[in-house]
Design a protein around this ligand. Sequence first.
Ligand SMILES: Cc1cc2nc3c(=O)[nH]c(=O)nc-3n(C[C@H](O)[C@H](O)[C@H](O)COP(=O)(O)OP(=O)(O)OC[C@H]3O[C@@H](n4cnc5c(N)ncnc54)[C@H](O)[C@@H]3O)c2cc1C
Length: 328
Amino acid sequence: MSVTVTHRGTAAVEPLEMSRLAVVIVRAGVLPVGAAEAAAEAGGRVLVLGSGTAEAAAELGAPRAWHAETVDAAPAGLSQALVPLLEQVRLLVFPASPDGRDFAPRLAAALGRPLLAYASSASLDDEGVRASLSRLDGRLEIDVRCAEPAVVTLMPGVRSPLPPSNGEVFELVLDVQPGVDAERLAVLEPDPATMDLAESTRVVGGGAGLVAREADDTTARETFDLLKAIAARLGASAGATRVITDAGWMHHDRQIGTTGVTISPDLYLAMGVAGASQHTGGLGAPRHVVSVNTDPSCPMTAMADLGLVTDARALLTELAERLGVSGA
Ligand SMILES: Cc1cc2nc3c(=O)[nH]c(=O)nc-3n(C[C@H](O)[C@H](O)[C@H](O)COP(=O)(O)OP(=O)(O)OC[C@H]3O[C@@H](n4cnc5c(N)ncnc54)[C@H](O)[C@@H]3O)c2cc1C
C-alpha cells in the first residue's frame, strides 16, 4: 500500500507529524456541522476527506489544511490507506457528524487506538490525551485521561471556531487499495423533520410569541404544525423554546437550549423567541441568525444578524401562503 503525497502550495509538504489534527469528511464540498470547531480543537490543522475537498478546505479557512478526494474509497480501504499518513499524530479530532461518527471508529481500529466518543473538549499534554466526554444529553461530563494516542469525536456547539485565515492548503493523493469492504448501496439524505436538530444546517425556531395570549391548545398546535410545514418546505428543521416544548406543542427533542439541544446551523430563523440565556446557551456557532419579534430590543434580536420587527404570527401565515403550505 502506498501513499503518494503531492502538494499545491508554496511550502514543502509536512509529513503529518504534528501532534494534533482534525479530520473532516465532506460531501460535495459541504462542511458538516462542527467542522470548524474540530479544526480549532486541533490547533487549526485539518485534513479534509471526501468529495469537493478543495472547496471545503478553502471555506474552512484553517491555518493549515490538507485535502484528498476519497469519494469512491470504501471505508476499510481508506482507513488502512490513512494509517501511514496519520500514525505520528497523537490526537485526531473528528466532528461528531454522521460521517465523523462512522469513520472515526474505523480509523481508531486501523491505528490500534482508543476512541473517545462525543467529547466536549480534547487536549494533549506531556501525559497524553485528556478529554471530557459528554453523556446523558450533556447532564454528565466524564473526564478521561489516556496515556496513548487517541481518536476523538467532538460534539458540535461546544467551542468557538478559530477566526478564518488565509492558511496553506495542500493536496494529498491517497492510494486506496480495494479489498473486503462495506458496499455502498445508496446514500439517503436525512429528513430535516426527523434528523438530529444538532446536525441541522437550517433551523426555524418558534417561541411563545407565535401563540396569542388568548389562543387555545388546538390553535397553538396548529401554529406549530404550520411552523414544521414551513420549515420542511425550506429544507430546515423545526425547533422551539422550552415554553413550547413544556406545553407539549413540540417534542422535547426539538428544544434548543441549555436543557435541550445545542445547534450550530448556517441559518437560525427565530420567530417570536425572546432569546433568554437558557435558549441562546444552546446556540453554538450559528453562521446567520434572523430574529422575528415585535420587541426590537429583545436579546434574540440584539444578537441577530437581521432583526425583523414585526408580528411573527402574521409573517408565518404570509410565508405559508407564499410557499403554498398548510399545517395539516
Ligand atoms: C433551568 C432552566 C432551564 C431552561 N432551559 C431552557 C432551554 O433549554 N431552552 C429554552 O428555550 N428555554 C429554557 N428555559 C426557559 C427560558 O428561561 C425562557 O423562559 C424561554 O426560553 C422563553 O421562551 P420564549 O422566548 O418562547 O417565550 P417568552 O419569554 O414569553 O418570549 C416571547 C417573545 O415573543 C415576542 N412576541 C410576543 N408577541 C409577538 C408577536 N406577535 N410576534 C413576534 N414576537 C412576539 C416577545 O416580545 C418575546 O420576546 C429554561 C429555564 C430554566 C429556569
